[in-house]
Design a protein around this ligand. Sequence first.
Ligand code: S3P
Length: 170
Amino acid sequence: MSKRNIILIGFMGTGKTVTGRVLAERTGMELVDMDSIIEERAGKPISEIFATDGEPAFREMERALAHELSQREGLIISTGGGVVLNPDNVADFQQNGLVVCLTASPATIFQRLGNDTTRPLLSGDKKEQISGILQTRQPLYDAIEHQIDGDRLDPAGRADAILRLYNLET
Ligand code: S3P
């Protein structure tokens, strides 16, 4: 029997990676982090991909990887925050997976990412950039059927909520 993937979507700093780790521990499923795979394959960090190749090149790599991973099964997939920008990514993931969106308030996100230096989209005034990008992307995140409130739930609570959905739907 095929085992569906679990796909974690959400803005930067909503806890996709940490929640993915808890899910992987609980289920024994393999955790894959899209940004890490892209960095490995490109041989450079995301910030350098953006700086030297440009964001469109990064989005192409992200698109190809989303398609590739959606052909596999039994994975916990931690995506990059911008994966929702291309609706084909979400459509592919939905073919064989439970797609969930983690949410957090701008204040929480700022608290988590205030000192971050690795995210090319947050290289200026972080508060302004976070609220600006969030605003334009909000409809895309809201369109994901399953929403997990990352402000109210800690990583274990988020994993519980996701596994309840997963077991209901599998
Ligand atoms: C991005 C989010 C990042 C990374 C890249 C672009 C975005 O991933 O893919 O910097 O467009 O929101 P995280 O969500 O893991 O920070």
